[in-house]
Design a protein around this ligand. Structure first.
Ligand code: NAD
Length: 388
């Protein structure tokens, strides 16, 4: 697909829509195995609506924009920049992350669907102004069906270049600022709900909480939990960050390799994904896992492993939705009061997930996806993909 914006060549080179007229089953003689047909199969397996491959040879921009769902509003999701080893790896990331955004938004009650962009480039060497302007043109070409923002490898400054080409972008430097304190508040609410589930009380006073990672979210979470009277055990591979949390909030610092084995009421992963696996779950000495990291389970089966150990797991996409809720000030015109109210709602959503898991006899990770899918399927489909 080729289009033109103000005389420039558009960046979109190939677009695949899911709702197309079915094609004859005989392959075209030009078709090559493992190209478009493979993409379409993967899209229908996970329910994606649209995948756009975009390129701008002049700047070296190469990207994939995946729109998983616009059922309850335009697809919202950040732009990740990463030196992916293969296009296949980039596509896998775009498909997986955009689907995750659909569930995160639907569970959080924000009027957006799920999408994600991946820019295939080395963040250290890319020509950022040119690359992000090209990205802005690709996003603009989607006419508002997709709204982007920051993610790993991109910053609010990059979004200024995107903004030169499209209005469908959030996370700009001068608007609402850092979402991390909101993410931390949401994690706190998920921790409280999990304690309520296992102990019958959400009170944090006197509880011991082990925090893995003291960066943007982990630092604010440590502050909030300390203010609520919790005792902290913490770790970070960055010694300065660990020392700061020890000094300011009296946290006991342990080595990064042993934080998940700390004896605590709650383990809060706030560093990286895939940390909960058959290698780490047997060593946990907590009753609750609730943290900010994305994709905490190495695989779906690890949800059952936690369940078998009677550890209450607050599903990551429910617990860490605070940043997305916060972004609604900028991209949906929400008031600060509405943001705060929705953030507090993470408590009730987490409780509802544990209740559904108990009733259905399934792990909380599975219950979270099931009830979110049910909510999505019950929502009327929007014709335009615009917020109500
Ligand atoms: P960050 O990069 O600011 O902080 C991560 C911290 O973890 C760093 O201080 C790093 O030194 C530390 N770390 C890395 N490896 C570690 C290890 N092995 N042991 C202990 N510490 C280690 O990131 P962030 O913005 O605080 O986000 C944390 C997690 O939460 C990420 O997985 C992110 O995707 C997720 N998340 C963040 C937000 C947000 O608003 N920032 C929103 C949703 C999800």
């Amino acid at each position: 697909m080729l289009a033109h914006h103000g005389g420039r060549q558009a960046t979109t080179t190939f677009s695949v829509l899911s709702e197309v007229t079915p094609m004859a089953s005989t392959a075209h003689p030009d078709a090559q195995e493992g190209t478009a047909s493979g993409v379409l199969a993967r899209m229908s397996a996970r329910g994606h609506e649209q995948v756009v491959f975009a390129s701008d040879p002049a700047s070296g921009y190469r990207a994939i924009v995946a729109i998983h769902s616009t059922r309850i509003g335009p697809a919202l999701g950040g732009t990740r920049m990463w030196a992916y080893a293969t296009e296949e790896a980039a596509l896998t990331d775009a498909l997986r992350l955009s689907e995750g955004m659909t569930y995160k938004a639907a569970a959080a009650g924000v009027p957006f669907g799920g999408g994600k962009s991946v820019v295939i480039a080395d963040p250290k060497t890319a020509d950022r102004p040119a690359v992000f302007r090209a990205h802005g043109r690709a996003v603009e070409g989607l006419g508002g069906r997709y709204i982007t923002s920051v993610d790993i490898g991109t910053s609010p400054d990059d979004m200024r270049y995107v903004r030169e080409e499209t209005t469908h972008v959030g996370g700009l430097p001068t608007t609402v600022g850092d979402p991390s304190p909101a993410t931390a508040r949401g994690v706190q609410r998920a921790i409280e709900a999990s304690l309520h589930h296992v102990r019958g009380s959400a009170d944090l006073a006197g509880r011991t909480i082990a925090i893995q990672g003291l960066g943007h979210v982990g630092y604010h979470l440590a502050r909030m939990l300390h203010d609520a009277g919790a005792r902290l055990i913490a770790s970070d591979t960055n010694d300065e960050r660990a020392a700061r949390v020890a000094k300011e909030f009296g946290a006991q610092i342990v080595a990064p390799e042993s934080i998940h084995t700390a004896k605590a009421d709650v383990f809060a992963p706030c560093a990286f994904g895939a940390g909960l696996s058959p290698a780490t779950i047997p060593a946990l000495r907590c009753e609750v896992v609730a943290g900010a990291a994305n994709n905490q389970l190495l695989s779906d089966a690890d949800g059952a492993l936690l369940e078998k150990r009677s550890i209450a797991y607050a599903p990551d996409f429910i617990a860490n939705a605070g940043g997305l809720i916060y972004l609604c000030q900028e991209v949906a015109g929400w008031t600060a009061e509405r943001v705060a109210r929705t953030l507090e709602g993470i408590f009730d959503t987490t409780v509802a997930v544990f209740d559904a898991a108990s009733k259905r006899g399934i792990p909380s990770s599975e219950a979270a996806v099931q009830i979110t899918r049910e909510r999505l399927n019950a929502a009327p489909r929007l014709a335009t993909g615009r917020p109500r």
